[in-house]
Design a protein around this ligand. Sequence first.
Ligand SMILES: C[S@@+](CC[C@H](N)C(=O)[O-])C[C@H]1O[C@@H](n2cnc3c(N)ncnc32)[C@H](O)[C@@H]1O
Length: 289
Amino acid sequence: MQLKQALAAAITHLTTDHVPSPRLNAELLLMFTLNCDRAYLYAHDERELTTDESARYDTALAERSRGVPAQYITGHQEFWGMDLIVTPAVLIPRPETEHIIETVLELTTIKPIGQEYLPHTDLRILDIGTGSGCIALALAKELPTAEIHVTDISPAALEVARANAARHELENRVRFHQADLLEGLNLNAFDFIVSNPPYVGESEEDHVQLEVRKFEPRNAVFAGPTGTEVIARLIPQARAALQPGGWLILEISATIADATKHLLNNWNDVTITPDLQSIPRIARARKPQ
Ligand SMILES: C[S@@+](CC[C@H](N)C(=O)[O-])C[C@H]1O[C@@H](n2cnc3c(N)ncnc32)[C@H](O)[C@@H]1O
């Protein structure tokens, strides 16, 4: 079968199975199967697929049709311009999480009153619930002199984060810790603590996309009955581990925005900013001096 015929058949197949963006998915999985870029697909659209290529393409399409996210099939997701490995042990990094990086970069250029933070120098940063390592690795790339620590409760997630650090030659920049939030770790005096913690409530489960519910790690998505359970434990632990004047930056959802504000009521400079869809997304707060 020619490449263009395989692509057309795949689009029909994915459309019939109600897979969103069928052309994009069909192209992505063909690029994955042939290990090529999009330009190749259209420059060589009359090339015959080998039997092995056809079989591998069919397998990838069947996985996508049963709802497996394309990123778990290809094993890759881009975040902050970095190609990251993803497996079903980690949440697929989302574009809105990049707002955490933007917020840290914005704050490193502001000198807190009465303190000598020098932008990009000697910063200590902790990422709680690192998953694929996306936030920590983006910050390691942007802030070449920062000391960066990450935690995750999942050893399998930490393995993926380590692989991503090695892939981007950042393994010497990041220290990995397996822990339930910060419990049992003697870590403190951070300038920034960042986290995209689990924040979906089990009561909201019906509103969560089926693909997320079925294929992404449950403990990465759901925090407990209301969605605030992890954040409620994280906020006091972060406060103890920040240095005075240090910043806590959290990814949240609209559902827990009010509760998060309440939990941050004895912090300074509490602000919640929206993402590109105008959904409250990033909470920032400063530990009092
Ligand atoms: C929403 S995912 C975020 C992953 C990654 N930081 C990102 O933004 O894509 C939450 C992560 O927190 C981890 N996690 C869940 N509960 C935790 C806990 N009590 N302590 C540490 N990590 C936890 C999960 O294993 C998961 O990797």
